[in-house]
Design a protein around this ligand. Structure first.
Ligand code: MSK
Length: 624
């Protein structure tokens, strides 16, 4: 599709990445500062030129501040996602929004986990109490965030409390982080790095855990489901609508309205309405509805280049403004839906939970009308999509393993880890990045780990890569080491499948709560901290600040995290050493404080080797 785009003179992110070939060495090292009007200051930590900014900040301070800025961006995005879902749940419970609570069991489980009274209460009363407790995590001024009390692992909590970095409320912590990062604020690089860890926790608990829990309540906890992946999921004979972004509140309704209005599609000569997913809104819908996925982040513009897309509906995060320029070459209508995420030239259909039906209906009707404007000569849809299985929430996994051990569903996994059938667990997460050859890093790290019997769970755009390259169906078993392969086959039979797929798709970016829930439950069973487990995270094709914040949340629990793209901290030896150093190193390191560290390695084969070393080190320390 990239060649098709180029042959038609359509520019995409891949072309723009090439044009950016020479990158600013100051920005790359994290040593440029635009925090005040004394600057901008660019400093040269190890060469000729100024070694401090006008205010006296040195490279360590500038790099730590620049990293904290990135973390603020990541945490804010996910916190806002969590808040929006909490508001939707509240309005649903009050009868003001047209949603139903699809998973009452999960609602009761979350309410109990939050120590809320459920006896004698109606479903809506419990839902309202849960929503208000969630919203407190954006309001309270004392204590600890409710979702950390509920979901945070006790042994990790002890470390955070001791360091004084446990968040009180998401908005308060984000405001504090912005303040400490402003000119004349915090200049201590180590203190700033601890501020980054707080942002990781804000992201993890007000964003990831809170969103996953509330979305499961509203839309159902994911169960094993089959879907297809690749641009070939677009259908030439149907009205194609792509849903893109992260928050499934409107896209769930679009799926519903596409079914209701299917008959109208026939009146314009189409054979039906085909919803396809992009990025994490795509992940949300495929996990719960089996909606096919068209593209990850990098190639979002190429979905439009097929010429067969009537509308691309976007909500929040990871939306390239470039989609509008590409859409202008076709009949595709870009539809923004959130008042704080607009694109010049795009149509805006405003989303509010109360009017979700009206907005979804209007979007589907606009798409039906757009079908008549499609130019058949421009339609090029690649062939050959890949079948994949997804929907592996912790609940779904435990349902499968519970068929082996009903009393303790985690035991079969724990036994497999102990006896080496599973050498370790890796969460393959995060993005694709147009600067990188798409999918190669994600797939190579996964394959290297699988052949060494590491169980892979996956989320986000990395999951798209693994699906596309066949690691989420039976065929992918050839990538696994012998012991992992036979375990997956054994478990699959209990799930009514021929095998579990090599990579277990756990969902979207916010569903990075799920791997941590799994690890926390295993750690509890073994009575050890999460940091003792032979578990790692890897984000080979990082692009988004959110990916770095999610990584920081993993590190705060003592899970090593690999990134394959330069995190732009090389301008400070102190910052680099603190993030990437080992517990044996002199000085303060993340590994020493939390038991997990950052691993920066662009070569995916080398990265996998380092991750295996760290897994083995933790196995040895555990005596298994
Ligand atoms: S969409 S944050 S590119 S995973 Fe979640 Fe994909 Fe990364 Fe965006």
């Amino acid at each position: 599709m990239l060649s098709v785009a180029r042959s038609r003179g359509i520019e995409t992110a891949f072309d723009r990445a090439d044009q950016m070939a020479a990158r600013c060495p100051f920005g790359s090292a994290g040593v440029c500062c635009r925090s005040c009007l004394e600057g901008p200051c660019r400093i040269v930590p190890n060469g000729n030129g100024p070694r401090r900014g006008v205010c006296g900040s040195n490279a360590d301070t500038l790099v730590a501040r620049s990293l904290l800025n990135t973390m603020i961006q990541g945490a804010s995005g996910h916190a806002e996602h969590g808040r929006e879902v909490a508001m939707a749940l509240l309005k649903t419970a009050e009868g003001k929004a047209p949603y139903v609570i699809r998973d009452v069991g999960k609602l009761m489980q979350v309410a109990e986990g939050l120590n809320l009274e459920i006896e004698g209460k109606s479903i809506n009363e419990v839902a309202k109490a849960v929503a208000l407790t969630a919203l407190e995590d954006f309001q309270k001024h004392e204590g600890t965030m409710n979702w950390i009390e509920y979901r945070g692992h006790k042994k990790s909590r002890e470390i955070w409390d001791k360091l004084g970095i446990t968040p009180v409320n998401a908005h308060l912590e984000i405001a504090k982080a912005v303040t400490r990062n402003a000119m004349g604020g915090d200049a201590d690089p180590l203190n700033l790095l601890l501020g980054s860890v707080t942002m990781g926790l804000v992201d993890g608990y007000s964003g990831l855990h809170l969103s996953s829990d509330l979305q499961d309540i509203l839309f159902g906890t994911p169960k094993a489901v089959k879907f297809n992946y690749s641009l070939a999921v677009l259908n030439e004979k149907q009205i194609n609508i792509a849903v893109h972004g992260h928050i499934p509140l409107l896209s769930e309704k679009i799926v519903e309205w596409a079914r209701i209005l299917e008959h109208k599609a026939l009146t314009v000569g189409a054979e039906g309405i085909n919803i396809v997913g992009v990025c994490c809104t795509g992940n949300e819908l495929l996990m719960r509805q089996g909606v096919h996925a068209a593209s990850s982040f990098s190639s979002q513009e190429l979905v439009i280049v097929t010429g067969a897309l009537e509308a691309m509906v976007v909500d929040i995060q990871c939306i390239m403004p470039g989609i509008q320029q590409v859409a202008e070459c076709f009949h595709t209508e870009i539809i923004t839906t959130m008042p704080h995420v607009k694109i010049p030239g795009a149509t805006h259909v405003n989303f509010e939970p109360e009017y979700a039906d009206e907005a979804a209906r209007e979007i589907v009707e606009r798409s039906i009308r757009n079908f008549a404007k499609r130019d058949p000569i421009k339609v090029v849809i690649p062939t050959g999509s890949v079948e994949a299985y997804a929907g592996f929430s912790v609940e779904q996994l435990c349902e499968v393993t519970g068929k082996i051990n009903e009393k303790n569903p985690l035991q079969p996994l724990i036994d497999a880890i102990k006896d080496g059938t599973i050498r370790g667990v890796a969460a393959l997460i995060g993005c694709t990045n147009p600067r990188e050859p798409q999918d190669i890093g994600n797939v190579t790290v996964a394959r290297e780990l699988l052949k060494n019997n590491v169980l892979i769970v996956t989320t986000g755009c990395a999951a798209h890569s693994l699906a596309k390259y066949g690691l989420m169906n039976e065929g992918g078993l050839e990538a696994c080491g012998d012991s992992l392969k036979s375990l997956l086959q054994q478990l699959g039979q209990h799930a009514g499948l021929s095998t579990l797929p090599p990579a277990l798709h756990m969902g979207s970016c916010v569903d990075n709560s799920r791997p941590l829930d799994l690890l926390s439950a295993i750690a509890d069973e073994l009575n050890v901290p999460v940091s003792s487990l032979p578990a790692v995270g890897s984000c080979p094709e990082t692009h988004s600040p959110k990916a770095l914040t999610i990584g920081t949340y993993f590190i705060a629990h003592g899970v090593d995290v690999h990134v394959g793209v330069d995190p732009q901290v090389s301008g400070s030896n102190l910052v680099t050493r603190t993030l990437t150093g080992s517990r044996e190193d002199k000085g303060i390191t993340m590994d020493g404080l939390f038991g997990g560290k950052l691993i920066v390695e662009s070569d995916p084969v080398k990265a996998a080797a380092i991750l295996l070393e760290r897994i083995d080190m933790k196995r040895e320390a555990l005596g298994i």
